[in-house]
Design a protein around this ligand. Structure first.
Ligand code: DSN
Length: 441
């Protein structure tokens, strides 16, 4: 019904949304940071909550107890009583899910969440120690072109050249030299376990704060399949749309002693009006994440990643760090004579979506890269299991091994389509879009 309104008002945007819905259904989505949200999450996102200004919080800080007080009105606008309910649900569900002292659900994105975390703990000019982007880190962990690299003095750690994993002796040595105010533990392309307990030891040795960015592994942590950062980090940030399978956005979780500062730096420090429709959708996603079904889903993500990694290794592909403990893997394509960029483009032509990625100590520039990053959260949401992962590995190999053979693309694409048809995605929605456009013609 509401999509019909969109079609009538703006058939061009309707067409783009319809086409993207079809694309998501028709391809094998292996981008490790993507996922498919539920219809419930989409309903909250597309709600009237987008209309409301609600600067402030659904509580006030009590002067007497230094606790948040939900009975006090903490907004700078009237009419927030229902918005408050939704934001409160998001906060309390996230607190319970992760066992955090305090949660701020307002950050618009992972990078903004990191910005808030850094400014809550440090001042411009202080030293930040983060994982190098080409070794699996993230732009917001200290890259020179990012705000983090411009406001802070940055020292970057790298993975060990032999193991391609973080070496905590090397990290400690570097931390002793750099004397950072903040150590960032987190990654966007690190296939092995993040040992937050070891990061804490290093931080304690040099008197640094520890910020954990768990954006990629938040779902695994929520399902107790990965060491939690919460007991170890002063502040934990995460996006909500990756393994966590919520709307695009982020949250910050922290120890009680940083709670008030985090809130103040978030608003009014960094952001204005919170996106309350997104916050409501975060609440829905956190409720979903509390279910047994979600824990099983996370288990299957990890099992699928192992199956995909095994399938590729059996076909002679080298996996960075020797494999995966998580939802993602990095595939070094040098022995196949194919760059990451070429692989990404050609796989897309065959209906397989992934992203090129540097591998540690990559001889290629990041724009070209020697590897691809593959992740299983999205395909697992569709219900795919180990047998499908074996098939996906076979199809990836079929493309990479015949990369200059034009016939490989339609052939693999047809096989991809067959798999996708067996695991339908947004079926009702696609049907509705079809009937709206058919009616309009
Ligand atoms: N762009 C995200 C990813 O793909 O990992 C990180 O921000």
């Amino acid at each position: 019904m509401y999509s019909k309104e969109l079609y009538k008002t703006d058939p061009e945007v309707f067409a783009a949304i319809k086409a993207e819905t079809e694309r998501e259904h028709d391809v094998l989505e292996l981008i490790a940071s993507e996922n498919f949200v539920s219809e419930a999450v989409l309903a909250a996102l597309g709600s009237v909550l987008t209309n409301k200004y609600a600067e402030g919080y659904p509580y006030k800080w009590s002067k007497e107890t230094e606790e948040i007080d939900y009975s006090k009105y903490g907004r700078y606008y009237g009419g927030c009583e229902f918005i408050d309910e939704a934001e409160k649900l998001a906060i309390e569900r996230a607190r319970e899910l992760f066992g955090a002292d305090h949660v701020n659900v307002q950050p618009h994105s992972g990078t903004t969440a990191n910005m808030i975390a850094y400014f809550a703990l440090a001042d411009p000019g202080d030293t930040l120690l983060g994982l190098n982007l080409s070794h699996g880190g993230h732009l917001s962990h200290g890259h020179p072109i990012n705000f983090s690299g411009r406001f802070f003095k940055v020292v970057q750690y790298e993975v060990d050249p032999e193991t391609e994993q973080i070496n905590f002796d090397t990290l400690l040595k570097l931390a002793r030299e750099a004397k950072p105010k903040i150590i960032v533990a987190g990654a966007s392309a690190y296939p092995r376990t993040m040992h937050f307990e070891r990061f804490r030891e290093v931080a304690d040795e040099v008197g640094a704060y520890l910020v954990a960015d768990i954006a990629h592994i938040a779902g695994l942590i929520a399902a107790r399949l990965h060491i939690s950062s919460i007991p170890y980090a002063d502040i934990t940030t995460t996006t909500t749309h990756k393994t966590l399978r919520g709307p695009r956005g982020a949250v910050i979780m922290c120890k009680k002693e940083h709670a008030r500062t985090v809130d103040k730096v978030s608003f009014p420090g960094m952001q204005g009006g919170p996106l309350e429709h997104v916050i409501a959708a975060k609440a829905v996603a956190f409720k979903e994440a509390q279910s047994e079904e979600f824990a099983l889903y996370q288990r299957q993500i990890v099992a699928n990643a192992k199956a995909l990694a095994d399938g590729l290794a059996r076909r002679g592909y080298r996996l960075v760090a020797g494999g995966t403990d998580t939802h993602l893997m990095l595939v070094d394509l040098r022995s196949k004579g194919v760059t990451g960029r070429k692989a990404e483009r050609r796989l897309e032509r065959a209906g397989i979506t992934c992203n090129r990625n540097t591998i540690p100590y990559d001889p290629e520039k990041p724009f070209i890269a020697s590897g691809i990053r593959l992740g299983t959260p999205a395909l697992t949401t569709r219900g795919m299991k180990e047998p499908e992962m074996a098939k996906v590995a076979e199809l990836i190999d079929e493309v990479i091994s015949n990369i200059d053979d034009e016939e490989v693309y339609p052939r693999v694409k047809a096989k991809v389509k067959e798999i996708c048809e067996s695991f339908p995605l947004y079926a009702e929605r696609r049907k509705e879009y079809d009937s709206i456009s058919a009616e309009g013609e």
